[in-house]
Design a protein around this ligand. Structure first.
Ligand code: ATP
Length: 439
């Protein structure tokens, strides 16, 4: 017999079906047993009248919650049953894998009394069984699908660049180094150099969704040592504005798709109505951002003079939301002092670059890139980089490289913002940090 998904049972009324899932609840009463079985599509109540088969009843009494079961039974309509007004009259049942007791923790226990996050991460596969997590990763799947739909519709190609590199792609800081035969290699901190190579290679528009690595020793709620970066790069831009307007339309499309497919469930599980953002998003320059911070009395730490810190991002996010109603804001005209050498300058001190703040959190850095060989070389030297180490990259700009720009966005940060979750460790499948390489 073929498996029927629980979510599809209504179209099998009065039929005998085979279902598979986890034992969510067992209510073992004097004469009757009620089992609630859960699969990825929902839950259903199974009823067993004990006198029908006492041997089976005794077996069922030994079942522990979260055990993996296969059940055969007849589907009937029963409006008094809360779970979809359906029930299954049990015919046979087998245990595929009995859950040991006690469980490391109760994934479906009181939401406000879940064990600490770190403990749940130790038992991530149990944590993933929670309804919130199942939905979160379905939302992520839809979001990635929507990004690809948008890009393909707009003439972009997908690429997969190597994660093993012979020289650092961003800076010497936060770099993982590893033995590579009789030499050294580095783990890619971003696909930056290689997506720019695609511009020199004439692809014009590319995107990549892939892993990047940062040896960042910090323990924040928004940093990981390995994360999925959503990157794009496009040629023939007039300025960074072309990149921003492409990104905001893409995000609007992704929110729209997620809302279409999961809006109702998000309301039930996360308790809010997903809002599709209006475009264009507000844009403010860094000097306007600093002016706002001054007005609201937020003091940046002295080492962040040309920059923003997480508190400033939050305050700016809130202020722009109050003033415009928008959860997103582009901050433009960053100082060259705090940007990488390949961002195109705007005048002497500023750059044609931007960050996107969403829900008070930085989710993207982007820019028009410097595509003129001599200027790029001078900027690398200004940052104290040795051209020898990046000559392979500088060479991309020698034989007809078009003006271009792009951005990198953290996939899990976007999910954090979209689902209003406070910690990135909840929005990534498996968190990697300075103290966590397991499971
Ligand atoms: P931050 O200032 O928050 O450390 P960054 O300026 O180092 O970030 P970029 O190098 O500009 O970040 O990377 C682009 C995007 O990648 C960021 O906007 C963010 O969404 C994501 N990102 C960067 N570092 C991390 C990290 N350690 N963990 C998760 N996501 C990250």
């Amino acid at each position: 017999m073929e498996r029927t998904l629980i979510g599809e049972l209504r179209s099998h009324l009065e039929e005998t079906v085979l279902i598979k899932g986890w034992l969510h609840v067992l209510r073992d009463q004097k004469k009757i047993q009620f089992l609630v079985l859960r699969d990825r599509t929902g839950m259903v109540q199974i009823t067993h009248w004990k006198p029908n088969n006492q041997e089976l009843a005794d077996l069922i009494s030994t079942f522990t919650t979260e055990s993996a079961l296969t059940v055969v039974g007849k589907v009937s309509d029963n409006p008094s049953v809360k779970l979809g007004g359906l029930e299954i009259q049990l015919e046979s049942i087998s245990v595929e894998n009995l859950a040991e007791t006690p469980l490391p923790f109760e994934p479906f226990g009181d939401k406000d009394n879940l064990p600490a996050l770190d403990f749940r991460l130790d038992w991530r596969y149990m944590d993933l069984r929670r309804t919130e997590n199942l939905l979160l990763f379905r939302v992520q799947t839809t979001m990635e699908m929507a990004l690809r739909e948008f890009w393909i519709e707009n003439g972009f190609m997908e690429m997969h660049s190597p994660k093993l590199m012979g020289s650092p792609s961003e800076s010497g800081a936060e770099l993982f180094e590893l033995a590579y035969f009789d030499t050294k290699a580095y783990l890619a901190q971003s696909p930056q150099f290689y997506k720019q190579m695609a511009m020199a290679g004439g692809f014009e528009r590319v995107f990549e969704i892939g892993p990047v690595f940062r040896a960042d020793p910090s323990f924040t709620s928004r940093h990981m040592t390995e994360f999925t970066s959503v990157d794009m790069e496009m040629s023939w831009v007039e300025s960074e504005e072309d990149v921003m307007s492409n990104q905001e339309r893409m995000l609007q499309y992704a929110y729209k798709r997620v809302k279409e497919l999961h809006g109702e469930e998000i309301k039930i599980v996360f308790g809010f109505e997903l809002e599709v953002p209006q475009v264009p998003f507000p844009r403010i320059t860094m000097s306007e951002a600093h002016q706002i911070l001054k007005e609201v009395g937020y003091q940046l730490p002295p080492d962040k003079k040309n920059d923003l810190d997480p508190g400033a991002e939050r305050v700016l996010g809130e202020t722009i939301k109050q003033r415009t109603g928008c959860d997103f804001v582009f901050i433009t005209e960053w100082s060259f002092a705090v940007r990488p050498f390949y961002h195109m300058k705007k005048g002497e001190k500023l750059t044609r670059s931007f960050d996107l703040i969403a829900g008070g959190l930085e989710i993207t850095t982007g820019a028009q890139r410097e595509h003129r060989y001599e200027v790029l070389l001078a900027q690398a030297k200004e940052k104290g980089l040795s051209p020898d180490n990046i000559q392979f990259y500088l060479d991309f700009f020698r034989y007809g490289c078009p003006p271009h720009g792009g951005y990198g966005m953290g996939l899990s940060r976007l999910l954090m913002v979209m689902l209003k979750l406070p910690n990135i460790r909840e929005t990534v499948y498996l968190f990697r940090g300075p103290n966590r390489l397991q499971p």
